[in-house]
Design a protein around this ligand. Structure first.
Ligand code: BDP
Length: 605
C-alpha cells in the first residue's frame, strides 16, 4: 500500500501548488559530516546549483563529477497562512538514488529509488505565513540491493567510486521538479480506468480512491472543455457516445475531472487528461483499439549536455520533433521511469511507450553489454541479498504503475533490462515480479523484459513470462562486426529460426540493436565506427526483421548518443545514437526515415 498519493501535482479549486525549482544551496559531503553536524538544520557553504538537474556536469573538478556518497541541498520555502486547513506536502519528481527530507531541522521522511516521485508530509513541521528551511540529503551510491544495480568501492586514495553494472553515467541529484503542494485533508488519492470500445461508443470503467467518505462524481470533458459524460460514485462506468479514440500518432485527449463534494460544495477536485484506447496481445499481434500496430522507434535516455539526466523541457520538445520527423511511433523508457512530463507529451503526440522500471544491471558485470555476447553467465538471482533486491524492485513497480497507469501512451511494462536468465534462480524472482505487475494494473497491459544476448532458446529460463518477447541484439556489433557482418547475419537468422521453432505465438520486438558511430567519422569502404558502417549494419538488420512475420517492432539503440562511465569501449559515451547528443542527425537517420515513413502502421498484419 502506498503511503502517499502518486497523482501528478496540479492546482485546482481545492488544490494549491508552487514550484520550488530554481537555485538551491548545494554541498558535497565526502566525509559523512552532515549527519553528525546536523546539516538537516542548514548546510555549510554558499554554492548554488539549479534544480532540476544532475549535479555532475556543472563543475570543472573531476572529483565532483565522479563523486559517490551523500550530497545536500537547501532552500527556503514560504508557506502561505491560507494553507493552514490543508495538508501540505513537498513533492519530489525524483531524487537519485535515495533521499532524506528535513524541514526546519526535523527529519520528515526518507525515500529509496531514484526515478519515481515521493511526498514528504510537512503539514505539522512548517510555520505558516513564514519561511521554512527545506534540506534534502541525497545519496548516489550503487548497491545490489536496490535498482539500478552496481557497487560502490573505495579507491586506495580513500575516495569512493561508483561502479555501475549498466551502461549509462550514474547521474544523480534532484533531477526533476520539486513542488510545494497543499491539498484538502479529504482528497482524491488515486484512480484507475479501464476501457471498452463497442462500435462508435465507449465505456470507461473507473474506480476512485479517496481519503474520506464524502460522495464522488466524475465528469468527462472533450477537447473544447464541454462535458460529454458523467457519473456518480467512487466506482462506476462512464458511457461515452461517439467516442473519439486515442490513436497512434493521432491522439484525442479528454479531460477527466474527479470531485468530492459535501453539503457546502467541493471538498476536493482533481483533473487529468486521459485517452480512450485499448491494448491487447492476440497471437503475434499487438493491438491498439483492436487494430494491429508495428512499433518503430527507439530506446532512449534522459541525457543531455550540462544538465545530465535533469529534466530539460527544451530537449524534450526537440526529441519529440525528431521522432516525428523520422517517422517513429514509439519508444522505450530505457532504463528507468522518465519524467512525468515526457509521458504527458507522448499522450498528446500519440506515441506508444514501453515503460521501464529501473531494474537494470541484474547481470554482475561492469561490461555486461560485452560479456553476455561472449556467453558469460553470472547467476545473479541467487545471492543472499536477493530478497532485499526483490523488495526494492517490487516497490518500484508499485510506484511506477501507480504513477503511469492512466497515461494512454503506456502500452506495456518493461520489468527488467538484460537480466541474467540462464540460471534457474531467476525463475522464482521473475514470477514474483511479473505476477505483481499483473495484479497492480487494472488494464492488464502486456508485460515484457529486454533479453540480453545470451538469453536465447535453450538457455533462457524466463522468456515465457513475457507477453511480448523483447530482444536486445547486437549481431554485427559486439558479435562479428565489420567485414564479418555476413557471418553475423547468419548467426542472427539462426537465432531467429530457433525462436520460430518454438512457436510461441507471441509478438517479438527488438528493444535494442545498433552500432556505435562517431558523428564526424566517414570512411569508404566502411570501417566500424564510421557513418557508412552504421548504414550497412542497419541494412543487414532491417532485412532480418523483414524476413520474420512474428517480429512486430523495431526500437533502435539509441535515439541519441549518451554519457556513460569512461572506459576503453566508450568514446566519451555511447555513440550508438541515430542523433548526436546535441540532437543532430547522423547519416543513418535519413536511412531510417526512408524506411519508417514507408512502413505502414499495420505492417505484417
Ligand atoms: C545493452 C544495454 C544498454 C547498452 C547497450 C550497448 O541494455 O544499456 O547501452 O547494450 O552496449 O547491453 O550499447
Amino acid at each position: 500500500m502506498l503511503e502517499h498519493s502518486m497523482l501528478y501535482p496540479v492546482a485546482t479549486v481545492s488544490r494549491r501548488l508552487s514550484s520550488m525549482d530554481g537555485m538551491w544551496k548545494f554541498c558535497l559531503d565526502g566525509q559523512g559530516a552532515g549527519e553528525k553536524e546536523n546539516w538537516g538544520g542548514g548546510i555549510p557553504g554558499k554554492d548554488l546549483i539549479p534544480v532540476p538537474a544532475s549535479f555532475q556536469d556543472f563543475y570543472t573538478e573531476k572529483d565532483v563529477r565522479e563523486f559517490a556518497g551523500d550530497f545536500w541541498y537547501e532552500k527556503d520555502a514560504f508557506v502561505p497562512g491560507e494553507w493552514k486547513d490543508k495538508r501540505v506536502f513537498l513533492r519530489f519528481g525524483a531524487a537519485t538514488h535515495r533521499a532524506a527530507v528535513y524541514v526546519n531541522g526535523k527529519k520528515i521522511t526518507e525515500h529509496e529509488g531514484g526515478f519515481l516521485p515521493f511526498l514528504a508530509d510537512i503539514t505539522d513541521a512548517v510555520s505558516y505565513d513564514s519561511y521554512n528551511k527545506i534540506v534534502v540529503k541525497v545519496n548516489n551510491e550503487l548497491t545490489v540491493t536496490n535498482i539500478p544495480c552496481g557497487e560502490t568501492c573505495v579507491l586506495p586514495n580513500g575516495k569512493k567510486m561508483n561502479k555501475p553494472y549498466f551502461d549509462f553515467f550514474n547521474y544523480a541529484g534532484l533531477q526533476r521538479s520539486v513542488h510545494l503542494l497543499a491539498i484538502p485533508k479529504e482528497h482524491v488519492f488515486d484512480f484507475d480506468l479501464d476501457y471498452e470500445i463497442s462500435g462508435k461508443n465507449a465505456k470507461i470503467r473507473y474506480s476512485v480512491k479517496t481519503t474520506g467518505e464524502h460522495p464522488v462524481s466524475v465528469s468527462l470533458l472533450d477537447e473544447k472543455g464541454v462535458e460529454v459524460a458523467s457519473s456518480e460514485g467512487k466506482d462506476g462506468v462512464i458511457d461515452v457516445a461517439d467516442a473519439r479514440l486515442w490513436q497512434v500518432r493521432n491522439a484525442y485527449l479528454y479531460h477527466l475531472i474527479i470531485r468530492i463534494t459535501d453539503d457546502d460544495g467541493i471538498v476536493d477536485e482533481y483533473g487529468q487528461k486521459i485517452g480512450i484506447r485499448t491494448i491487447q496481445i492476440k497471437g503475434t499481434s499487438i493491438l491498439v483499439n483492436g487494430e494491429p500496430v508495428y512499433l518503430k522507434g527507439f530506446g532512449k535516455h534522459e541525457d543531455c549536455d550540462v544538465v545530465g539526466r535533469g529534466f530539460h523541457i527544451g530537449m524534450m520538445k526537440r526529441d519529440f520533433e525528431l521522432m516525428k520527423w523520422i517517422g517513429a511511433n514509439s519508444f522505450r523508457t530505457a532504463h528507468y521511469p522518465y519524467s512525468e512530463e515526457i509521458y504527458q507529451m507522448a499522450d498528446e503526440e500519440g506515441f506508444l511507450v514501453i515503460d521501464e522500471v529501473a531494474a537494470v544491471g541484474m547481470f554482475e558485470s561492469l561490461m555486461n553489454f560485452m560479456e553476455a555476447s561472449t556467453g558469460k553467465k553470472t547467476a545473479f538471482f541467487e545471492k543472499e541479498t536477493t530478497p532485499l533486491l526483490l523488495k526494492a524492485h517490487k516497490k518500484a513497480i508499485e510506484e511506477l504503475i501507480a504513477r503511469d497507469k492512466n497515461h494512454p501512451c503506456v502500452i506495456a511494462w518493461s520489468l527488467l533490462n538484460e537480466p541474467e536468465t540462464t540460471n534457474e534462480a531467476a525463475v522464482p524472482y521473475f514470477k514474483e515480479v511479473f505476477d505483481w505487475a499483473h495484479e497492480l494494473d487494472v488494464q492488464k497491459r502486456p508485460r515484457t523484459f529486454a533479453l540480453i544476448m545470451n538469453s536465447v532458446p535453450g538457455e533462457c529460463k524466463c522468456y515465457a513470462f513475457s507477453d511480448i518477447i523483447a530482444l536486445n541484439r547486437y549481431y554485427g556489433w559486439y558479435v562479428k562486426g565489420g567485414y564479418e557482418i555476413s557471418e553475423a547475419e547468419m548467426m542472427f537468422r539462426k537465432e531467429m529460426d530457433a525462436w520460430k521453432e518454438l512457436r510461441l505465438n507471441k509478438p517479438f520486438i527488438f528493444t535494442e540493436y545498433g552500432a556505435d558511430t562517431l558523428g564526424l567519422e566517414h570512411k569508404l569502404p566502411s570501417v566500424m565506427w564510421s557513418q557508412e558502417y552504421q548504414e550497412e549494419y542497419l541494412d543487414m538488420t532491417n532485412e532480418v526483421f523483414d524476413s520474420y512475420d512474428f517480429i512486430k517492432g523495431e526500437q533502435i539503440w539509441n535515439f541519441a548518443d549518451f554519457q556513460t562511465t569512461e572506459g576503453i569501449l566508450r568514446v566519451n559515451g555511447n555513440k550508438k545514437g541515430i542523433f548526436t547528443r546535441q540532437r543532430q542527425p547522423k547519416d543513418a537517420a535519413y536511412l531510417l526515415r526512408k524506411r519508417w515513413k514507408k512502413l505502414p502502421l499495420d505492417y505484417k498484419s
